[in-house]
Design a protein around this ligand. Structure first.
Ligand SMILES: [Ca+2]
Length: 640
């Protein structure tokens, strides 16, 4: 057959094979042909274009050449220096059929009845179809096998036999559709240029089949291919065959002296990327792509925030949801999702617990929060640091070290690194009578700033902070500047709503101040009978003086005005402490105890310590003249 004719024949076969496969692999080609946009992967699954997996790779064959040379390998690639006479090496099967249409591989001499072609891939690839163009008559029986585990196990993809029943005891798929064996490609005619085509996917199922699904992986992936040429056949001598009649010299030329000769082997496929890549790339960046321009490289150039040779995992900072392959059926790209770490972490990991508890929306946990942050999303300042409120959380300078005056601040607890302050406000933990964000001065009503804090003024009103001498009148900023732990003077008339607003900033974490974090349900007291029904350990009338945030708990100082009932610990008029429990669990105090207000307080004692607790079951109602009257009645009835 003249070279031009062979060229036409090869092109025709490849073209035909391609068309058939276009149907079967519509999914791959669909993504591959949606070109024009910057990337085919935007908001959709994508796959690198198909290429010949055998191109640029060594094909091994079982051959008499190797046997004669006592090679240790069972299969060899006909190294030209070992086989100087060999003019038809296996590489001639994978050269460009358009540039070199008249090159072919020839198997060993006649005495070798069987041969094998092996393609070992360096990693897992998708295989879409195989096209073989024979120069010799096609084999009377042949098996194409694949391995997906680097040659440990093999599976027959297709069995070809002139007679399936005789050769393999299998049905012929021409009679029994779906059978593994077919006689479709085993006719010795045409004597040259006969094709064998294998599709890994049945065209009928290709339309609905998701190529990235787990079952697709099982069916379409390959690490090794082998083509076992089991039985050769010769070209039948027939003067009636039209092609030979028109060109009698053809039959002579097309029947080579060797059992098997192949012009072209195309193993069409692409790198395995789970729908998350548009290109296959070499393992090493510096590998010369131009020299191997027709090679299908093993690694994926991942998109959709995935990474790995096969885009099989999420990129370090994109583990907020589990990795998933794209869905070729629905068109969902299923990209990996970024963790919100506020710019303070380089990676995150998926916590299944967080993922499940979020109802499947977010499960990322930031790793190694930087810039003195902590928390699942690096959203808090770590121990010993606090937020700089004017700096955005995303800034590397969002958290700054607590600065606390060592004289006025309490020393850190054993085992703790100090100084410690409130992570939001920066408020340090002050000694008694000391105030200010960094515990740097005495509170109003206290004096003598030093190692032991500040001493209370022994005066009816207030005193000079340095000398302790009594002052005759209140300074102007008397109430406004009362911070955490501040003492509220025992004067109800000084308390106004306007001043409460001024406090709210200072007393952000005050135990006695509702910061808005808690919504306290106001309890009303309808009658004394209500009070009598519940057995409270203590019932007192008291005015709130001050609140102290003790970190783990809160202590509220009150002045007892009247004792209606007391429990184990006898109560007297004067200053005592009550302990709101909800501070520990909720960070605010319910019911609210506003400094400067008189209350009816009824509640329980803490067993053992005798501390007066204020809980959600306690009665806390502002004292009113009406309440006073109710109490007189209650006392008369003997309930209290
Ligand atoms: Ca060739």
């Amino acid at each position: 057959m003249p070279s031009a004719e062979i060229r036409m024949k090869v092109l025709k076969v490849l073209d035909r094979g391609g068309q058939r496969v276009l149907v079967a692999f519509g999914w791959l080609l669909l993504w591959a042909t949606r070109s024009g946009a910057a990337s085919r992967c935007v908001d959709q699954p994508c796959s690198p274009p198909l290429g010949n997996l055998a191109s640029g790779r060594e094909l091994l064959t079982l051959s008499s050449c190797c046997v004669n040379n006592n090679s240790h390998q069972r299969l060899c690639s006909y190294p030209p220096h070992l086989c100087p006479d060999n003019t038809h090496p296996p590489s001639f099967m994978t050269d460009d059929p358009f540039l070199h249409p008249d090159t072919w591989w020839a198997s060993g001499e006649d005495d070798v009845k069987q041969d094998e072609i092996r393609l070992n891939l360096e990693t897992t690839f998708y295989l879409s179809h195989i096209v073989l163009v024979f120069r010799s008559p096609r084999p009377a029986s042949m098996v194409i096998e694949r391995s997906a585990d680097f040659g440990k196990t093999w599976e027959a993809l297709r069995i070809y036999a002139h007679n399936c029943r005789v050769e393999f005891d299998l049905d012929d798929d021409l009679n029994q559709p779906g059978s593994l064996c077919t006689s479709r490609y085993s006719n010795p005619r045409p004597c040259s240029g006969g094709e064998v085509i294998l599709r890994t996917l049945d065209p009928s199922s290709a339309r609905t089949f998701d190529p990235y699904s787990p079952e697709a992986l099982v069916r379409l992936t390959v690490t090794n291919l082998r083509i076992r040429l089991l039985k050769a056949q010769t070209c039948p001598v027939s003067i009636n065959y039209s092609a030979e009649r028109t060109n009698p010299t053809d039959s002579l030329k097309s029947t080579p002296s060797v059992p098997y000769a192949i012009y072209t082997l195309q193993a069409r496929g692409t790198c395995l990327c789970h729908g998350h890549a548009e290109y296959c790339i070499p393992y090493k960046d510096n590998e010369d792509k131009r020299q191997k321009s027709d090679m299908v490289f093993p690694k994926c150039q991942c998109v959709h925030h995935t990474e790995g040779d096969h885009c099989e995992r999420c990129a370090p900072l994109y583990n907020d949801r589990p990795w998933r392959p794209a869905n070729g059926s629905s068109g969902e790209p299923n990209p990996c999702s970024k963790c919100e770490c506020h710019g303070h972490a380089d990676s995150c990991h998926l916590s299944l617990r967080a993922w499940i508890s979020s109802g499947g929306t977010s499960g990322g946990v930031c790793d190694n929060c930087k810039h003195n942050t902590e928390g699942r999303r690096c959203q808090r300042c770590r121990h010993g640091y606090h937020r700089r409120m004017l700096v955005p959380l995303r800034s590397p300078h969002a958290c700054t070290r607590c600065w606390c005056d060592p004289r006025g601040a309490l020393p850190p607890l054993p085992g703790e690194v100090g100084p410690w302050c409130h992570p939001k406000s920066g408020q340090c933990h002050c000694k008694s009578g000391v105030g200010g964000v960094s515990c740097s001065h005495c509170l109003s009503g206290f004096w003598g700033f030093g190692e032991d804090g500040c001493k209370p003024c022994v005066c009816p009103h207030s005193c000079d902070q340095t000398t302790g001498h009594c002052l005759k009148s209140f300074p102007n900023n008397y109430v406004v500047n009362v911070p955490i732990g501040g003492k509220i003077p025992d004067v109800d008339q000084m308390f106004t709503a306007e001043k409460e607003v001024s406090w709210s900033k200072e007393l952000e974490v005050s135990a006695s101040h509702n910061t808005g974090k808690c919504r306290c349900k106001e309890k009303s007291l309808r009658s004394i009978t209500d009070l009598c029904r519940t057995k409270h350990d203590y019932v007192i009338k008291a005015s709130v003086l001050s609140a102290h945030d003790k970190g783990s708990h809160a202590e509220v100082r009150v002045k007892v005005r009247k004792v209606f009932r007391s429990g184990q610990v006898r109560l007297h008029l004067g200053i005592i402490s009550v302990y709101p429990l909800s501070w520990t669990s909720r960070g605010c105090t319910c019911p609210i105890l506003n400094p400067g207000v008189k209350y009816l307080l009824a509640g329980s004692e803490e067993p053992g310590t005798g501390r007066l607790l204020v809980t959600l079951q306690s009665v806390v109602v502002p004292w009113t003249p009406r309440l006073s009257l109710l109490f007189s009645v209650g006392l008369m009835n003997g309930c209290l």
